[in-house]
Design a protein around this ligand. Sequence first.
Ligand code: SF4
Length: 189
Amino acid sequence: TEYAEISLKDIDQVAKSCFPLCMRHLFEKVREDHHLKHGGRMQLGLFLKGVGLKLDDALAFWRAEFTKKVGSERFDKEYAYAIRHNYGKEGKRTDYTPYACQKIISSAPGAGDHHGCPYRHFSEDNLRAALGRMGLSSRAMEDVMDKVRNKHYQLACTFTFEAVYGTSCDAGINHPNQYFEESQKILKS
Ligand code: SF4
């Protein structure tokens, strides 16, 4: 899309200001742990492709983190193929589509996994802490938690969006890449 343009040098800044919580979390985890399990690599990797990160930049991003833990030979053998695959450069050359909220919400992250939707999969304490780091007031946080308790996860995310950017989001959030694009529209206007 016309908003999709992100380069490696400002990816940390963009993640902080424009990613939905599910992707902020994965992004922070890969920076922190220099690793992500398969579900997280898929969820974040396809999202990053959707926001316009080019294949070469994606390879550089994952390589820089993962090779802090594994050798670059192992990275090339075990991980680079899958990244190229997500970009349709290997295998059947299918162009894989970033996951929508529904798919992420209905995923089942296990121990050590960081994918999924924080509104659905975080403990209440972790969710509150994460929302606090996004700058939500306690009033806004209670509105979000109310939606979470009623299992309206996408509405909880929409309320978060509205609180963070101080504007209404009438369409509602249904896709992490839509969240990103809506935030870009606001920040660039
Ligand atoms: Fe991500 Fe969608 Fe959950 Fe928001 S509602 S955190 S965009 S999966």
